[in-house]
Design a protein around this ligand. Sequence first.
Ligand SMILES: Cc1ncc(COP(=O)(O)O)c(C=O)c1O
Length: 374
Amino acid sequence: MADLSVRNRYFDDLFSTPDLAWMGQNTNHIPAHPAVTAAMTASIEAGEFNAYAPPLGFEELRAAIVADVGVPGLEALVTEGGVNALSLICRARAKPGTTLVTTDPTWKWPCQFAEQQGAEVVQTPIYGPETGYKLTPELLRAHIDGRCAILYLVDPNNPLGVTYTAGEIAEFAAIAKEFGALLVHDCTYRDFAEAHTPAVSVDADNAVCTLSFSKWLGLAGMRIGALVGNPALIAELAAVSTSVLGGNVVAQRGAIAGLKVKAEWMDTVRRIDLANKEKIKAAAEAIGMSVPVWPSHGNFIIVETAGVRPEAIVEAARLDGVMIRQGAYHTAAFGDRFIKVSTTVPKAWADKLAANFAAYVETAKGLTDVPALF
Ligand SMILES: Cc1ncc(COP(=O)(O)O)c(C=O)c1O
């Protein structure tokens, strides 16, 4: 609990920092599409929040999510963020004697959910140019066996920004099937990828996709995401959902509006995101640091810090009102090498970070007292 309180205060302090530049959690701070704000405001004004949403989500939203994934015959379960879709998958499938196989780096929370069910987590290291910072079928085969209940693939990977081809997804799906594991394709960042193949389009019998409205649409604080799969899998997984009274009504109205304007909105988001990425990459390279994965298919990049302690750089930036993330948040094995910077932010925030990056690194070199970071 002590740790939890410290962690809570850390985020509470960030929240109350005036004009904080949120550039650490891959959230989207580009001013929302007016249609999305209008839909949520109208919902609030109509008092819709007085009622519970349908337990699986509004039918209009469920249909729009499946249409967006583009695989007919599937169903969607609307969840309170993608994180809760992942949590209920782990509750349904992970148990003592099973494994959750994933990459290193990966997104850490599903690993914790699986461990809470008594499962073991097996991580396949992918950090390095040898495999282009990607999982390969050979690497996967070296880490998976008949105990595997869940193959958890984050694609695009957070924090690396790599994505997988249709052929690679098909190979991973075949391996998951061979070992009797459910392929859980975490598609949180799919809308930032140049091309993306949801695993449910390759093997709907044995794969589910988790989705988020936090990153592409900017609804992180509204808590809305989804799980997409075949009707039998959705029925099995929905049966262990704790959100039996439905998700956030206002968020669902925003999500419906967002899906309607998605193409236009993402054009804007991608343009701003790319310009921010290029600017921050240039600032890092100007002081001898490198961006090992380029282009990144997520709304973030990693910067290798050339021996400067990532935590110290994060703290130096925080002191100037800029939140970025230390690699250790994602990976114990490789976390001392990099920081991660989220780029779906107003241009002014990226300008500030780029202009001050060299100074943060200089400050970091002299910092001896770095508090706990989360
Ligand atoms: C890989 C990955 N999956 C899931 C999530 C959770 O997203 P949500 O805000 O929809 O719960 C995140 C959030 O950072 C993420 O990085």
